[in-house]
Design a binder for this molecule. Structure first.
Ligand code: SAM
Length: 282
């Protein structure tokens, strides 16, 4: 199966009169080896179902489809979809279903088969990558793995550990749901147009989390948000109004620490202690 080369992409964009859109984060992959590497990493035991967000002209889709039982490709740009159909038809690929849709408005429960598990594999548009990854982990349990290319800075932030410079609210939230590995780095030279920054491919695997109530998860999110929105402040200040010193003491967390030192389990302990203390007051 031949990959999408730079000359084929440029020719097809020109014929269709499509200019890459910055707003849609359109940096198209023009290196078939990189596409193959991503698809191989995503392919698990074989015969799996994949979701690709933003297939564009199909550089990654043509690598993924032969390894898949089925691919659901969700693309927001109606102008690139005819190119994608053409690329797939020319390669006689028939297991890709293309939906013209903004993924941020996508109705996951209506479109995904209940009881199936999916891997999301994509070269994600940079402006929605972090938000989408967190949303999928929170709201779409049937997606149990994400193998995605993102900006280097975003990937490192998502995969970072407590106490590191990149550790943030997104890191803590993703860590609650999943384990993340940085698989490999990708140079700007393999995209058209070339972005200004490096990219990385990350491998996010959903973990089996102990069920907690929506209220506890809501508190966990609020605490993470409050802690990192004032990351230079000690917890006793940044969490004032949510969790007092008594709560922090009760779970053995030093109020003079900053949020960047806490693991997702620490944030969870604070949320659970708050729920318990509310119960005690009822
Ligand atoms: N997969 C292609 C490749 O690797 O060459 C294109 C990747 S490009 C970085 C991102 C793609 O996501 C573009 O095709 C863009 O139109 C699409 N896109 C951007 N925002 C989107 C959204 N909200 N929903 C669905 N697709 C989106």
């Amino acid at each position: 199966m031949s990959g999408l080369t730079k000359s084929e992409l440029l020719r097809r964009l020109e014929v269709a009169g499509v200019r890459p859109s910055k707003a849609l984060g359109q940096n198209f992959l023009i290196d078939a080896n990189v596409a193959q590497r991503i698809a191989k990493l995503a392919s698990g035991a074989g015969g799996r179902r994949y979701i690709e967000v933003g297939p564009g002209a199909g550089a990654l889709t043509v690598a993924l489809a032969p390894m898949a039982e089925a691919v659901l490709a969700i693309e927001a740009d109606r102008y690139v979809i005819p190119i994608l159909f053409d690329v797939l038809a020319q390669r006689e690929i028939s297991n890709v279903r293309v939906l013209h849709q903004d993924v941020m408005d996508f109705s996951w429960c209506n479109e995904l088969d209940q009881g199936e598990s999916y891997c999301l594999c994509a070269n994600l548009p940079y402006n929605i990558a972090a938000t989408l990854i967190v949303r999928i982990l929170e709201e779409v349990p049937s997606i149990d793995r994400l193998v995605v290319m993102v900006q280097d800075e975003v990937g490192r932030r998502i995969a970072s550990d407590p106490g590191t410079r990149q550790y943030s609210g997104v890191s803590a939230k993703v860590a609650y749901w999943a384990t993340t590995k940085i698989a490999f780095s990708v140079s700007p030279s393999v995209f058209f147009p070339q972005p200004n920054v490096e990219s990385v491919v990350i491998d996010v695997t959903r973990r089996a989390v102990a069920p907690i109530s929506e209220a506890t998860y809501g508190l966990f999110s609020d605490i993470v948000k409050a802690g990192f929105s004032r990351r230079r402040q000690m917890l006793r200040r940044s969490l004032a109004g949510i969790a007092d010193i008594g709560i922090l003491d009760s779970v053995g967390i030093e109020p003079s620490l900053r949020a960047e030192r806490l693991s997702y389990l620490d944030f969870l302990k604070i949320a659970e202690a708050l729920v318990e203390s509310d119960r005690g007051r009822e």
